[in-house]
Design a protein around this ligand. Structure first.
Ligand code: TYD
Length: 210
């Protein structure tokens, strides 16, 4: 069995979270050792930073720095060791979310995000190489439909409180990441019925030998 790093992306309300558990179960049945995690978060330190990022007011640079600080801790203490053990890491969001939310959504400087990405994700044993997911499943849903779903949630965090224009920009940000790296991404039509979404995901996993 081969390990790997799979990230799940999409705007709030696209429904990725409900599918991750089912995917983890399916992969375990096929003999994989699966580690589920999320960003920001995934370690005690990074979960503390997540609480701050989601709920405390802050400027865009502070937000980006905290998210990438959380990512550094998560990579070093959780993701890299799991990959070294040959496990399959399923991560609810990774750096594409920073380019989509901070970059496209908030209009934050993409050059700064690229610099943070290269510092935080450089491989300690091979600094020229950037750690990226092997596969990114992008749950794509019309931002207006996603907004209706999010509107029903209580206790909205700083991102869920944003308007439709913000999420339209975030979707465009994901589209730009996919266009730049089409081989890493698979677009999932998140408006389809649950079983159809599940089948799209399964096809993407099998195509990679998982
Ligand atoms: P989300 O993954 O949607 O979790 P939940 O299902 O519990 O709401 O919430 C994380 C939020 O953090 C989401 O709104 C997007 C945001 N985020 C960023 O803005 N930048 C990032 O780099 C990451 C990883 C997340």
């Amino acid at each position: 069995m081969t390990g790997g790093f799979i990230s799940f992306e999409g705007i709030d309300g696209a429904g990725k979270s409900t599918h991750i558990e089912a995917i983890a179960e399916r992969l375990r049945e096929r003999g994989h050792i699966v580690l589920r995690s999320r960003e920001p978060g995934g370690t005690p330190l990074a979960e503390t930073l997540r609480e701050l990022v989601l709920h405390r007011p802050m400027d865009a640079l502070t937000e980006a720095l905290l998210i990438f600080a959380a990512r550094r801790d998560h990579l070093l203490t959780t993701i890299e060791p799991a990959l070294a053990r040959g496990e399959l890491v399923l991560c609810d969001r990774f750096t594409d979310a920073s380019f989509a939310y901070q970059g496209a959504g908030r209009g934050f400087d993409l050059a700064v995000l690229r610099a943070l990405e290269s510092w935080v994700q450089s491989n300690p044993s091979n600094p020229g190489e950037l750690r990226q997911p092997h596969l990114t499943l992008w749950f794509d849903l019309d931002p207006a439909i996603a907004a209706e779903r999010v509107a029903r949630a209580r206790d909205k965090d700083r991102f869920e409180q944003q308007d439709l224009a913000f999420f339209t920009r975030v979707r465009d940000g994901y589209l730009a990441r996919l266009a730049a790296e089409p081989a890493r991404f698979v677009r999932i039509d998140a408006d389809a019925a649950r079983e159809v979404v599940g089948a799209q995901i399964d096809a993407a996993l099998r195509a990679r030998g998982w």
